[in-house]
Design a protein around this ligand. Structure first.
Ligand code: ADP
Ligand code: MG
Length: 347
């Protein structure tokens, strides 16, 4: 039996007002996150990928309620996060931790590493643990993230970027969270340091049974880290499926373009139908009608792409795609091309 997902997000939506003009009035809205739905199973990783500005960080902040959604639902362990009162929200924020891209700005430069790592315990469970218990937990964590005991009395500026991110990870783990929201945690690091840190995260996940939402704009990182992947474009998910399926059989032209941009150790193996992406990600305050990707799409099939927004619908048991190439827009929501009746019946 499939167990209940740890995190389940339904139709999450948030726009931001854009000020402008003479009186600095609200002139428009940025649709940062538009009806996003996904699930993450325990001890698994969902990779969230897309170009800068497509809404990835906003998704993570909405889950934590650092910003409130306009609509939608977030369920954690089967509980409705949006119904939480202040006390339950606080407890929830102990069980989910976010790790940011820039490890330096998230560490207080005036605090010693041991105090930085222990701080969440002080904030969430003041007086619950003795000084010795806290010291033991900090000592255990610094070891787990591959740093040394004598690093505990140092300050953040004495470390490299990769080491600082390790300190940030130790700090995130001290409350023994179930879920980590990793927002491009290695994007600011050199490739070799990045690889070591990703390996550490995989190891910590296995040992501590952690669940990850792993945000990245790098397909290689997602391929290494994730079990499932959601591809985002201008606030929406355009393809969602297992990493194995999406990487070997990408369907959405945008996913294909992201894969084509991936440096490959064996260029001969590339699929030639994969195409380079032209132009920039569109303006989220002025999203094209129809399919948001049509102005850049090399496989546009006609007027339908410019006029009818495609639905995110299944193409087989594990993958959903939002593209008119796979779903016939004239014959109703549930009908789609290129799939058998069997797989239809499951959804
Ligand atoms: N607090 C905010 N106020 C106004 N616009 C915002 C705010 N946060 C994000 N945005 C806009 O929402 C869109 C998505 O941003 P973000 O979630 O940071 O994307 P990503 O993390 O994929 O780069 C961008 O156009 C961004 O400018
Ligand atoms: Mg971001």
């Amino acid at each position: 039996m499939i167990s209940q997902p740890l995190l389940s997000v339904r139709n999450l939506t948030r726009s931001f007002p854009v000020q402008g003009g003479f009186f600095n009035r609200t002139v428009n809205h940025v649709r940062a996150v538009d009806s996003i739905s996904f699930e993450i199973r325990r001890a698994k990783t969902l990779g969230l990928i897309g170009e800068s500005g497509c809404g990835k960080t906003t998704v993570a902040k909405l889950i934590l309620r650092l910003i409130e959604p306009d609509r939608g639902e977030v369920q954690f362990n089967g509980e409705q996060v949006l119904d939480f009162d202040a006390a339950r929200l606080r407890a929830f924020r102990g069980r989910i931790q976010m790790i940011y891209q820039d490890p330096y700005s998230s560490l207080n430069p005036r605090m010693k590493v041991k105090d930085i790592i222990a701080e969440p315990l002080e904030i969430h469970y003041r007086h619950k643990y003795s000084a010795v218990e806290i010291q033991d937990r900090v000592a255990d964590l610094i070891k787990r993230v591959g740093l040394h005991q004598n690093d505990l009395s140092k300050y953040p500026h004495m470390f490299s970027g990769g080491q600082r991110q390790r300190i940030g990870i130790a700090r995130a783990l001290i409350l023994q969270p179930q879920l980590l929201l990793l927002d491009e945690p290695t994007s600011a690091l050199d490739v070799s340091i990045q690889a070591k840190l990703l390996k550490l995260l995989l190891q910590l996940q296995r040992v501590m049974q952690l669940t990850f939402l792993f945000i990245s704009h790098d397909m290689r990182v997602i391929q290494l880290m994730a079990d499932e992947v959601a591809v985002m474009y201008l606030g929406r998910i355009v393809e969602y499926g297992s990493v194995e399926e999406v990487f070997t059989n990408p369907r959405h032209p945008y996913t294909q373009a992201l894969l084509a941009a991936m440096p490959s150790p064996d260029p001969g193996k590339r699929l030639d139908r994969l195409v380079q992406l032209k132009g920039e990600i569109g303006d989220p305050s002025n999203i094209p009608s129809g399919c948001p990707f049509w102005p850049r799409c090399p496989q546009k099939i006609g007027d339908v792409c410019e006029s009818a927004p495609p639905q995110l619908l299944p193409v087989n048991e594990t993958t959903t795609v939002s593209c008119h190439l796979y779903h016939d827009p004239t014959s109703g929501e549930k009908s789609y091309l290129g799939a058998s009746d069997d797989s239809l019946a499951q959804h």
